[in-house]
Design a binder for this molecule. Structure first.
Ligand code: HEM
Length: 227
């Protein structure tokens, strides 16, 4: 069980803050931005514990997703036993948490952050991870933050995190979708190229009524002309 954050440094702002920041791309209000940053500073103190807790819980409740983590879970030949590599689990837990920390540090550069997360989504595409799988992380992140932040995790703080995490998931989804589309297009182009390469050039030209048959000097075998 994780301990609760000791204190929460933020105080309610004395006067009401404006909800929309000067950054037109902002996804959080100024107040939400502050709440996420300040609660993150508490989470950061227990970053490894929380990361490991998130992945332990994730692999307990989302058993089927273990197969995507071949570096963490090894199955014996008989397929009767599954071994979990603790070091690899910790490494992945740190990757997740460091990415969240990086995202918090980029809250004022949302377009850069979106690009970074699009790329990260693209990497997950190659691991066959689907956007709906990523969404399954939220209830576990939510639960772990509640445990560590305790009464600091007010409805307002939770809502700010939920909005932020949704943005992270959506941006990763964009990256997965873009990579998937790029792959489909390149496969289609490849198959059109393959079909075209199979056809003799003349047949191919005949199909296109507008095509003019022009032969450049280099393509004419001059030995034939001299015969
Ligand atoms: C907020 C959500 C997530 C974040 C921020 C995140 C972050 C990361 C990062 C930073 C990497 C390393 C990428 C690289 O440089 O190659 C990674 C790898 C990976 N992620 Fe995620 N991830 C998330 C969710 C998920 C989910 C839900 C799954 C599974 C269904 C998943 C599966 C994987 C796998 C299989 C790898 C490769 C692991 C390895 O090489 O051992 N991720 N993730």
């Amino acid at each position: 069980m994780m301990g609760c954050g000791l204190s929460f440094k933020s105080e309610k702002p004395k006067k009401k803050q404006k909800e929309v920041t000067s950054n037109t791309c902002a996804i959080l209000s100024d107040r939400q931005n502050l709440l996420v940053r300040e609660s993150w500073s508490i989470i950061q103190d227990e970053i490894l514990t929380i990361g490991v807790y998130i992945y332990y819980s994730f692999f307990q409740s989302e058993y089927d997703l273990r197969e995507y983590f071949s570096s963490i879970f090894q199955i014996n030949k008989e397929k009767t036993k599954m071994h979990m590599n603790q070091d690899k689990l910790e490494r992945h837990a740190m990757l997740l948490m460091e990415t969240l920390g990086f995202a918090v540090s980029k809250l004022d550069e949302i377009e850069d952050l979106r690009d970074f997360l699009n790329d990260l989504g693209g990497k997950h595409y190659w691991r066959k991870v689907k956007p709906y799988m990523i969404r399954r992380l939220w209830p576990i992140i939510d639960d772990s933050f509640r445990q560590v932040l305790c009464d600091v995790y007010t409805t307002e703080v939770r809502e700010a995190w939920q909005t932020f995490i949704e943005f992270i998931f959506d941006s990763m989804k964009e990256g997965i979708d873009a990579m998937s589309l790029a792959q489909t297009l390149s496969t289609e182009c490849q198959s059109i190229d393959d079909q075209n390469n199979d056809k003799p050039t003349l047949n191919h030209l005949e199909e296109n009524s507008d095509a003019e048959l022009t032969i450049s000097d280099e393509t004419v075998d001059t030995k034939l002309l001299n015969k």
